[in-house]
Each structure stands twice: as structure tokens, then as C-alpha cells.
Design a protein around this ligand. Structure first.
Ligand code: TXA
Ligand code: MG
Length: 319
């Protein structure tokens, strides 16, 4: 059922059920963070490997010391500036945090989501919520309640209706090295520039599938079922693949030479934040058209455009 009933949400969570919750980034598949039974259900429903740790969602910075300890000064600076918001901090975990949540690591990922309904729910609960994005492992993240319904219609007693996600791209994940220097584990809605404006220069973790600092950051991810390629030269790509049933994912302008193709325009005004908000929804729509190929236009590689190109690159991996 899709509804805004927070009381029902609270009751279901207390009974160890899972529900979908809206956040400003993407919808989450939420369960009681203090109960292994609920945490296990999340991995099962998502078909997520147990080695991929989950994010703990808390209602405010005040609750952070219920989850983590030995918190670097830079983490507090970031949290004060950006919470509630699309920032996830990876910190040393307290012993009572389940090893299922952290995939056996000694760190835990934590954030305060910025959505009024979910914040109000978190405020009424006496436990935090673990919540990965509400999609089966590897597929496109959901940015509206119908997306979640498409994936989990018969498996979830409640999808909390919070409208379309304002940001549309997952949170930025920041961890710390032994000297408490910040490192970006996953690019996301919060730009590197915004983070650096708060705490100075930060490094980006070298991403490869084996990196133990960032388990679960597989290169193939966020993928539609339809094969997707990223193109820097649309006309040329269209010539190469002309025999296929093609859909186009474009930044601001329709392709006038091929008016009969199915086309999605991410931001007619050329605004990258708007493109971010629309990206996953456009991918979901194209994926339902029975196409044999989606050609996505590479976006300007600046600000959030860098993050969108990262997501498109992962969506385009064949394995
Ligand atoms: O915007 C978001 O972050 C959304 C909403 C629902 O909050 N959540 C989300 O969760 O994107 P998920 O599970 O799809 O991605 C969380 C990622 C994991 O893949 C993992 O790589 C990283 O967070 N992570 C979690 N705990 C970690 C840890 N202890 N150390 C390093 N990375 C961790
Ligand atoms: Mg995810």
C-alpha cells in the first residue's frame, strides 16, 4: 500500500516489518537497525550480498553518539553543515551495531536524511533505521513511490508516499583515514566542492571492486535491464546502431534528425541539478519501452555532472 500514514509505518517497523521511506536522495528500504531479524529481511528482499554494508539513518546529529565513537572533528564540521542532507559519514562503530549492518567491518555508515515525513517518523521511533536504496541489487535506484512499487509490489506492506525525491541521486559517502583525513568513498548529491568548502581539500577513493574500504561499490550498478551505452558523439553512435530499437537519454536538446526515436530530455534549460533529479526516472521510463539499446549523452563533466557521468558509466557496464 502507498500512503502517508506515519503511525502505520511506526507500527510495522516495531513489528520487524520492512517499509519503503522517502528521502531527498532516493527511496530507502527501511528496517529497525537494532533488530537482526529486520536487517536480514533487507538483504533477502534486495538480493544483496551480505558483504555490502548498510547505511544507518538517524533523526539528528544528537543521536550520532548512539552509533559511532572517536568521531573526527572534520566529521562534526560536515555533519553540522550538511545534516539533514545527502551526506553519509563512515565512522568507527560502537560494539552494539550489528555486524550484519557493517558487513563485519569496524566502521558504520550513518546519515540524517532530509525529508519531512521520514524525519518525523525517525523522531517517533526509539531506534534508527537501516535503509539501502529500495531497488533489487544492481538495478536503478527509485526516486518515486511508483518505482518502488514496480520492484516490490507484493513484498512491502507500506510505501510511505513522499513525492519525487528532490535530489534524485544517492548521498555522498565520506570516510576518514588513520590521520582523520576525509576521503570520499562514493560521489553523490553533495558535490566535492561543497565538501571542500567546509573542511578543505579531500581525496577521492580509488574505486575498484576489490577495495576493502568501500565494499559494495561495484563498477556495474544503477543499471536498467536494457543495454545502455554512453556517447560523446550522438550522430556517430546513431549511425553505428541504426538497426536497433533505440531510446535516447539527452541532456537538454532533442535529436531533431531522428524525431521518431524515443527521447528523454533531462533538463531543457541545461540545469545539471534538474538533470540529476530526472536521471533515474528517465532511465526507468526508457527501460519500460521494450528497446534494444539506450544511448545516453555524456553530460558536462562539472559539479554534479561528474556524478551523473559516474552513474551512467556504471549503468553501461556489461558485467
Ligand atoms: O542516499 C542514500 O545514501 C540512500 C538513501 C536511502 O539514504 N541509500 C543508499 O544505500 O544509497 P545503499 O545501500 O544503496 O548504498 C550504501 C553504500 C554501500 O553500497 C556501501 O558501499 C557503503 O554505503 N557503506 C555502507 N557502510 C559502509 C562502511 N562501513 N564502510 C564503507 N562503505 C560503506
Ligand atoms: Mg543502492
Amino acid at each position: 500500500m502507498i500512503s502517508q500514514d506515519i503511525n502505520q509505518a511506526k507500527q510495522l517497523l516495531e513489528e520487524m516489518e520492512l517499509i519503503a521511506i522517502p528521502t531527498e536522495t532516493v527511496y530507502g528500504l527501511a528496517g529497525n537497525a537494532w533488530e537482526e531479524e529486520a536487517i536480514k529481511k533487507i538483504f533477502e528482499l534486495k538480493k544483496r550480498p551480505l558483504k555490502n554494508p548498510l547505511i544507518v539513518h538517524i533523526s539528528s546529529l544528537d543521536k550520532l553518539d548512539q552509533v559511532a565513537y572517536d568521531i573526527p572533528q572534520a566529521a562534526y564540521q560536515l555533519a553540522k553543515r550538511f545534516w539533514p542532507g545527502p551526506l553519509t559519514l563512515v565512522l568507527k562503530k560502537l560494539p552494539h551495531i550489528s555486524n550484519l549492518i557493517t558487513a563485519g567491518k569496524d566502521t558504520v555508515a550513518v546519515r540524517v536524511p532530509n525529508h519531512p515525513l521520514t524525519l518525523s517518523l525517525l523522531n517517533q521511533l526509539d531506534f534508527p533505521l537501516v535503509a539501502p536504496s529500495a531497488n533489487p541489487f544492481g538495478s536503478i535506484s527509485p526516486t518515486s513511490s511508483p518505482h518502488v512499487e514496480k520492484y516490490f509490489k507484493n513484498d512491502l506492506p507500506l510505501i510511505l508516499e513522499g513525492g519525487e525525491c528532490e535530489k534524485g541521486i544517492e548521498s555522498t559517502i565520506v570516510g576518514f583515514d588513520e590521520e582523520s583525513r576525509a576521503i570520499i568513498y562514493r560521489l553523490g548529491s553533495l558535490s566535492m566542492e561543497e565538501i571542500e568548502s567546509c573542511i578543505g581539500k579531500v581525496n577521492l577513493l580509488n574505486h575498484n571492486d576489490q577495495n576493502p574500504e568501500a565494499p559494495g561499490m561495484l563498477s556495474k550498478h544503477y543499471s536498467p535491464k536494457t543495454p545502455l551505452i554512453v556517447s560523446e558523439d550522438m550522430e556517430n553512435s546513431l549511425l553505428s546502431f541504426h538497426e536497433k530499437a533505440i531510446g535516447l537519454l539527452l541532456f537538454k536538446k532533442a535529436n531533431k534528425n531522428n524525431p521518431n526515436l524515443i527521447q528523454e530530455i533531462l533538463s531543457p534549460t541545461g540545469n545539471l541539478s534538474e538533470a540529476a533529479k530526472n536521471l533515474y526516472a528517465a532511465m526507468h521510463r526508457l527501460d519500460q519501452k521494450g528497446l534494444s539499446l539506450i544511448i545516453a549523452e555524456k553530460l558536462p563533466n562539472e559539479g554534479i555532472g561528474i556524478v551523473l557521468n559516474d552513474r551512467l558509466a556504471r549503468a553501461s557496464k556489461f558485467e
